[in-house]
Ligand binder design. Structure first.
Ligand SMILES: Cc1ncc(COP(=O)(O)O)c(C=O)c1O
Length: 383
């Protein structure tokens, strides 16, 4: 199957059409070996030595994700965090990096509390503003700009193409956390990004049963070879079974993303202006920040993540979550089941999440059921 001429739905559904040459199996076997036989003349012609560095269990999932992103190569990691931190660990002490003020909180914490101790100069800025990016870039010193779009938990949108131009003009790479957009709705590499990262834990796997991460590069480079070494040597390597499950999840990615996206749009529109809701945050609403950029940058919808701000403040928000029956009170996103979370309690000090904010991950259930459940939970919280 030629990924350049094949529709992403077909690539996903057939796992790139892979067939095992030996057995004619349509789904790949589970490779669990941690080590590989050396040739009698002391060579490793298979190219495989040890499963911390490389594993045939990764090949197909990496190929599918790479094809969906239109990249040069993909690398699986043990988690989204292992993938994201590898992007920064491949830099050198003293390098200056820009990251958004609004981003996945655990990575922000790592950047501020660990990466800085290793000597990275981390500056958090308003990444949605090209003027702020331009002003913060230090040509020759800034080595990487990190973008998350749409960004947790306010779903702010960053213009990838404009940010890539600015980063490149200053000699910096652009890396994009595209977890929420998925490769079906946004292709950051085609917009000029150098590296794309996904918490594959979320939509790519899609069933809340695997922790995984992935990086995709636009081209081979010295920098990318350092990223490969970080995976092999730091050891944030995915397990074989997780890679196998991830490939199974990828086969329905297009159906799940389409359902979640359509559901989120309907839920956002339904609760926009609702008497118990102060604000709906969703890039698919014309009233929300970044709608115009999202419309141009995201194809086929605005993703399955939104937030609502409950009228009545933190107590009302917590009460809404306490009263849902179908929405599950849990962290994470991108699974088949819808999740609701009071985000400020999770993120703690320094969070950009207002205290009345509930983060919603829309699953693939009946949208009418999801709306009715939120309606009754909002009513119960205001009784
Ligand atoms: C946008 C985003 N990036 C990165 C991560 C980290 O992924 P993981 O939990 O697989 O380490 C998450 C996890 O919630 C996320 O939502």
């Amino acid at each position: 199957m030629d990924p350049k001429t094949t529709h992403p739905d077909t690539i996903a559904a057939q796992g790139l059409g892979w067939i095992d040459e030996q057995t004619r199996a349509i789904t790949p076997p589970l490779h669990v070996s941690t080590t590989y036989l050396r040739d009698p003349d002391n060579q490793y012609r298979s190219g495989r030595v040890y499963a911390r560095a490389d594993n045939p269990a990764f090949d197909q999932a990496e190929a599918v994700i790479n094809a969906l992103e239109g990249g040069h190569q993909a690398l699986l990691f043990a988690s989204g965090m292992a993938a994201a931190t590898a992007v920064f660990q491949a830099l050198a002490p003293g390098d200056h990096v820009l990251a958004p003020k609004v981003m996945y909180w655990s990575l922000r914490n790592w950047l501020m509390n660990f990466a800085t101790q290793w000597g990275l100069q981390v500056e958090l800025i308003d990444m949605t503003s090209p003027e702020a990016v331009r002003a913060a870039l230090k040509p020759g010193k800034t080595k990487l700009v990190w973008v998350e779009t749409p960004a947790n938990p306010l779903w702010t949108v960053t213009d990838i193409a404009a940010t890539a131009q600015l980063a490149h003009a200053a000699g910096a790479l652009l890396a994009v956390d595209s977890t929420v957009a998925t490769p079906l709705l946004t292709q950051p590499l085609a917009l000029g990004a150098d590296v794309v990262m996904h918490a594959a834990t979320k939509y790519l796997n899609g069933h809340s049963d695997v922790i995984a991460g992935v990086l995709v590069t636009r081209e081979d480079s010295e920098y990318w070879q350092r990223v490969r070494k970080v995976r092999a040597q730091v050891g944030g390597t995915l397990g074989s079974f997780e890679a196998w499950l991830l490939l199974r999840g990828l086969r329905t990615l297009h159906l799940r993303v389409r359902a979640a996206t359509a559901g989120a749009q309907r839920i956002a529109e339904h609760f926009h202006g609702h008497r118990h809701v102060a604000e709906v945050l969703y890039p698919g609403l014309p009233a929300c920040q970044g709608h115009a950029v999202a419309k141009a940058q995201m194809k086929g919808g605005f993703g399955g993540m939104l937030s609502i701000r409950a009228r009545g403040g933190e107590a009302a928000a917590v009460a809404v979550a306490a009263n849902t029956q179908i929405w599950k009170r849990a962290t994470s996103l991108g699974g088949t089941e819808s999740l609701i979370e009071h985000r400020a309690s999770v993120e703690g000090a320094g969070t950009p999440a207002p205290p009345d904010l509930l983060r919603l991950s829309v699953g693939i259930e009946d949208v009418g059921d999801l709306i009715a459940d939120l309606e009754q939970a909002l009513a119960a919280a205001h009784r």
